[in-house]
Design a protein around this ligand. Sequence first.
Ligand code: PNS
Length: 167
Amino acid sequence: MLRALYPGSFDPITNGHLDVLARAARLFEEVIVAVAHNDSKQALFSTQERVQMLETSTAHLPNVKVTSFQGLLVDFARAQKAKAVIRGLRAVSDFEFEFQMALMNRSLEPNLEALFLMPCEEYSYISSRMVKEVARLGGTVSRFVPECVEAALHQRFGAGTQPSGHA
Ligand code: PNS
C-alpha cells in the first residue's frame, strides 16, 4: 500500500488544503490526513472539531482517512507505514519553514520523503489564519472554505459572519 501522510494544524481546513489533498489522493493509494494535536498552540477549533470538519469535507475522496496525532510526526508516519509526507507550497514565503521542517524530519527518519504540492493558483493566497480573521471581522468566507467550515466559523463568531451561498 503506497500511503502518504498529510499533516497540519487545519484550524480550520481551507479550500487550498482540500485542493492539495485531492492532488495527493490521485498520486497515492491512501492518504492519511493527520491533525496535529498541540497543547502549546492556541487553536480556534478543538482537535475533534477539526477532524470532524475534515471528515465531512473529504467524504467524496474514498482513499482519504482522517485522524489526529500527538508527538513527533516521524514517529506517527512510521507507525502508519507512510512513505511520504505531503505539504502544500503556496508561495516562496512558505519555503523556508517547509525546507527546515523537511530536513529536520529527514534527519530523524531518512526513509520518509517530503513531497510538496502546489494548490491551484486561485487558492495560493488563502490561509487558515486569514480566513479566521476575515470571519471574525464579519466578512464572507464562502469562497475560501468548505460549507461545514463556514457554518462552524459563523457559529463561533456569531452574527457578524455572513454565510452566503457557495460559488
Ligand atoms: O499546518 P501547520 O501548522 O503548518 O503544520 C505543522 C505541523 C503540524 C505539520 C508540524 O508542526 C509538525 O509536524 N508537528 C509535529 C511535531 C514534530 O514532529 N515536530 C518536529 C518537526 S519540525
